[in-house]
Design a protein. Structure first.
Lengths: 282, 135
């Protein structure tokens, strides 16, 4: 049987991807951030999972305004890297796991999560920046990926509670897959940031730290945070953190924190990163 | 009740939340931004902005905001910030440049604020807190 053995929370700031692509990871501005991800890359290299489920949001690249799915699962063989307006990131194409993705869709719909099925989709920085941070710059990505796109652009996004429950349903869907596969799940976006309007640049490191603490200690309380509280306390775009709750829900009740890193700023973002291992992993 | 929840977003100072009503108003404006994902469209737009914008049935106020690069008005009239960024990139500007413009700071002032830990939420949680009316 397949198992979700670990969860990764990480920001997905596009400027981080640009720093990787332009060879700027050693500059004064960027070095502290990339140093902070080194232990995570080492952990990931040792872990070498078979599949990564990456929960992220599209930033009006794959999805325009003709349709806006709340939860969408990429079931394609491959996902091409999107040109977001400055040329596509020079990273490898992302290989999917269409069989397992389709199984997830079936299981989730029967569990009453009305998932949108996507058979052709480009992926943007929301998905590729976390991959660069955890897998570095390989010629081909060493993992197959199931993208789960969550609408956090048009309000309202799904509630934190709904995301947490979706994670729980993903856990049981993965565990009903026969093949012995080691699966990790990413929750991406955040942490505190606002990138629009006169209030742009808002950061709340205390909120971010409490959120990281809550992932192990009181995730069900985090799941009750209303959208407005994310926006008031941590910036309009901090609401992306609901996607971390999908990741957390998929790990079961008992988790162990393996690694944590925080850094301000990456462009306009308070960066946060955490690795959690599921304790019920056999 | 749903309407009430939506209205609560309006209490955030310096923020235009892209909710369903704003999305409806901004539909054609955002379609214009999305068109800038193609290099040939970027060129056509820069060659004759008013003529290019004629393709999109947006309001005069939206059109004027685009031509004047009035970023905050574009947000207020239904633009999504990720879509606005495609216009900034078309102008060969960075996201950070656009964010600084929205705050009324120079790009360097904005970068310095971020390096110093960013904007504190204190004073920015609500319109009342911003105007010093509560507590």
């Amino acid at each position: 049987m397949a198992k979700i053995s670990a969860g990764i929370g990480t920001s997905h700031t596009p400027a981080i991807g640009a720093a990787v692509d332009l060879g700027k990871t050693g500059t004064d501005y960027w070095k502290p951030l990339f140093d902070g991800y080194k232990p995570a890359q080492e952990w990931m290299a040792k872990k070498a999972p078979d599949v990564a489920i990456i929960v992220y949001n599209d930033h009006n690249n794959a999805f325009d305004f003709t349709m806006i799915p709340t939860f969408a699962i990429g079931c394609a063989e491959q996902f091409i890297i999107a040109d977001e307006g400055w040329g596509a990131r020079p990273v490898p194409v992302v290989n999917g796991h269409p069989e397992m993705a389709s199984h997830l869709v079936q299981s989730l719909v029967l569990d009453e999560f009305d998932i949108t099925i996507v058979n052709e989709m480009q992926v943007d920085h929301g998905l590729t920046v976390p991959m660069s941070l955890l897998f570095g710059q390989p010629e081909a990505w060493p993992v197959r990926v199931i993208p789960i796109a969550v609408n956090v652009v048009q309000y309202p996004p799904p509630t934190g509670n709904r995301c947490y429950h979706l994670g729980q349903a993903i856990k049981s869907a993965v565990e009903s897959w026969d093949e012995d596969l080691d699966v990790v799940i990413f929750g991406t976006g955040g942490m505190s940031h606002q990138i629009q309007g006169p209030r742009a640049g808002l950061i709340n490191q205390e909120f971010d730290k409490n959120f990281l603490d809550g992932l192990t200690q009181y995730p069900e309380k985090l799941a009750q945070i209303p959208h407005l509280e994310y926006m008031r306390e941590a910036g309009a775009e901090a609401v992306e953190l609901v996607m971390w709750l999908v990741m957390r829900g998929a790990l079961g009740d008992d988790v162990k924190e393996i690694y944590r890193f925080m850094h301000v700023p990456a462009s306009s973002t308070g960066v946060g990163h955490i690795i959690l291992e599921a304790n019920d992993t056999a | 009740m749903t309407v009430k929840k939506t209205e609560a977003y309006e209490d955030l100072p310096g923020t235009w939340v892209f909710d369903a009503q704003r999305a409806r108003k901004g539909y054609h404006l955002n379609n214009f931004f999305m068109s800038l994902m193609k290099a040939e469209n970027r060129q056509a737009f820069l060659a004759d902005e008013p003529a290019y914008l004629e393709q999109f049935p947006m309001t005069t106020a939206q059109r004027d905001a685009v031509i004047q690069r009035d970023w905050n008005t574009m947000l207020e009239l239904g633009g999504v910030v990720y879509c606005l960024a495609k216009l900034a990139f078309t102008d060969q500007h960075s996201y950070q440049y656009m964010a600084a413009e929205m705050t009324g700071m120079s790009e360097q002032e904005y970068v310095n604020m971020m390096l110093a830990g960013g904007r504190s939420p204190d004073g920015w949680r609500s319109r009342a807190e911003q105007s010093g009316e509560d507590n």
